[in-house]
Design a binder for this molecule. Structure first.
Ligand SMILES: NC(=O)CC[C@H](N)C(=O)O
Length: 259
């Protein structure tokens, strides 16, 4: 079967692009690192790809607000291309800084460029939090977490602005729409606001959300940092059926192949 082409969008300050490309290679995809300027100059087009990923990092140095400048760039210069990609039903994944970009474009939670309803704020601790966290996978339409509902995953978080926040109405709507995909939890899978299990003070312990269709996903922790057993700090002592991040990428590849 043909490998889906994955666009891993990078710009100044992106720093998780190669790890994300490696994760997609492990999952059977064909990843390409694409600089935003190549899209802006028309040298590459999003229509050439089946999956779009905005990886982690510090795009434009987190100036103004993490992910803000890249989000404005995408909304100003690539709005039609991006909206077409989403409307065509192709999967979009934003990891950490990529999640921040997706919420600041409006692609999350509404799948609509310019419709900004949520934010990611500075962590309650007031500092960058780099630690392994437990995530409970909720039962949602998300195509990236097929077969994972109810599981507790162990992922690394690494961010300064990861506190998910929104108004009561939007929260009620994303809860009712089953758009909350991951919640910070204790090791037994109970969602929690308690630090350090919840590393940032996120509302309703939210670590990741999807759009109503389940094809656009954003999350703060890094699934690409656990696609090999040896990336886990306890890999010598703990038995894992498979590295916890890998199924996320495999599901995206499988979905793109079915399209
Ligand atoms: N690892 C990342 O993508 C970090 C995201 C962002 N720069 C923050 O600190 O919040």
């Amino acid at each position: 079967m043909k490998k889906p082409q994955v666009c891993i969008l990078r710009t100044d300050g992106t720093n998780c692009d190669r790890e994300t490309a490696y994760a997609f290679e492990r999952a059977g995809g064909d990843p390409h690192l694409v600089h935003v300027n190549q899209l802006r100059a028309g040298k590459k087009k999003l229509t050439e790809y089946q999956i779009l990923v905005i990886p982690g990092g510090f795009s434009y140095g987190d100036d103004v607000h993490s992910g803000k400048i890249l989000a404005v760039e995408l909304t100003s210069f690539l709005k039609e291309q991006l909206q077409e990609f989403v409307d065509a039903g192709k999967p979009v994944l934003g990891i950490c800084n990529g999640f921040q970009v997706l919420v600041r474009t409006g692609l999350l939670p509404a799948a609509k460029m310019g419709d900004i309803r949520t934010t990611l704020m500075h962590n309650d601790s007031g500092r960058f939090e780099c630690r392994w966290v437990y995530l409970r996978v909720e039962d949602t339409p998300c195509i990236f977490t097929r077969g994972l509902a109810g599981r507790v995953l162990h992922f690394q978080a690494a961010h300064g602005e990861g506190k998910f926040y929104t108004d009561a109405r939007t929260l009620a709507s994303i809860e009712a729409g089953k758009q909350v995909v991951f919640r910070y939890a204790t090791s037994d899978g109970s969602p929690t606001g308690v630090y350090p299990y919840n590393p940032n003070g996120s509302l309703a312990a939210i670590a990741g959300i999807c759009d109503p269709s389940g094809r656009v996903l954003g999350l703060m922790p890094h699934p690409e940092r656990f696609v090999d057993f040896t990336q886990h700090p306890n890999w010598r002592r703990q038995q894992f059926h498979e590295p916890h991040g890998l199924p996320i990428f495999r599901n995206a590849v499988a979905y793109a192949q079915e399209m």
